[in-house]
Design a protein around this ligand. Structure first.
Ligand SMILES: Nc1nc2c(ncn2[C@@H]2O[C@H](COP(=O)(O)OP(=O)(O)O)[C@@H](O)[C@H]2O)c(=O)[nH]1
Ligand SMILES: [Mg+2]
Length: 253
């Protein structure tokens, strides 16, 4: 087990930028109108996914060779991904060597928060892209110089749709849902829950103020994925975090 004793102070924060936010890059949309165009669009999507899967396989094999446990965190914006990482790094950073790739359309806010918590981080700005892809992760991992025998968290762009389609080469996919989002999200966004291994239900400290039904949420999630394993957490109070840490430590032992 490694100790995370890097000095992060005074190091420039790493940022990779892809795409341009706010620019409509699909200017050839008029060309693809009509049946022919739609077919071309579908073929293009299939090609993009195939290309992504190929690089994801390379990532996965690299991670396995180097004993890097890659965990892909997916959720809607604001469910608590960065907060979970901050607390996990603060409480487990002395026994686990963490590296973090953070995806967002804009800003370096999350990478700054992560570095402050004590782990090396690289921000990937996707511009108008709504998800990370495997090539972005490959580049980010090389730039960040992720070490062997470590845990690599990939905080995906906040979105319950697109990130579900893109394999990044992760060992496990973790979907976070917070109790403020409503307990029906697993039925509304089934692909995300179907493609995940772990479901964290966060912000349980707010349950007394909401009519979020945890059992109903789990039931809906299990309808789309019988194998899902659940954690109930309040990153704010620390409730339920020990079960999460136990699982995390088991991943690397
Ligand atoms: N009450 C409460 N708020 C939380 C909890 N976890 C995160 N938050 C808050 O939710 C907001 C969004 O959190 P953040 O980690 O930035 O979400 P992200 O967009 O998924 O990375 C912030 O204001 C956090 O302080 C929690 O367990 N309970
Ligand atoms: Mg975040």
């Amino acid at each position: 087990m490694c100790t995370n004793n890097k000095t992060l102070d005074n190091q420039p924060l790493m940022l990779l930028k892809f795409g341009e936010a706010g620019l409509n890059k699909s200017s050839n949309k008029t060309q693809t109108a009509g049946e022919k165009g739609q077919k071309r669009e579908l073929n293009l999507q299939a090609n993009i996914l195939q290309k992504n899967d190929k690089t994801a396989l390379q990532n996965r094999s690299h991670f396995e060779d180097k004993n890097i446990k890659a965990l892909n965190l997916v959720s809607s914006p604001g469910s608590g991904k960065t907060s979970l990482l901050e607390r996990t790094i603060q409480e487990k950073g002395d026994i686990i060597n963490f590296f973090i790739v953070v995806g967002d359309q804009q800003t370096i806010h999350d990478a700054e928060r992560i570095e402050k918590a004590g782990a090396p981080a690289i921000q990937v700005n996707t511009g108008n892209g709504c998800h990370l892809d495997s090539a972005m992760v490959k580049k980010a991992v090389n730039t960040l110089k992720v070490e062997d025998n470590s845990v690599l968290f990939i905080e995906n762009v906040g979105n319950l749709v697109c990130p579900s389609l893109f394999d990044l080469g992760e060992a496990k996919r973790i979907v976070i849902i917070s109790v403020t989002e409503g307990d029906d999200k697993p039925l509304k966004y089934p692909t995300m829950f179907e493609s995940s291994d772990i479901c964290i239900i966060n912000k349980t400290d707010l349950l007394p103020y909401l009519d979020f039904d945890i059992d109903r949420c789990k039931d809906y999630a299990l309808r789309v994925n019988r194998k899902l394993k659940f954690f109930e957490t309040s990153v704010k109070t620390g409730e339920g975090m020990n079960n999460w840490y136990e699982w995390l430590e088991n991943q690397i032992s």
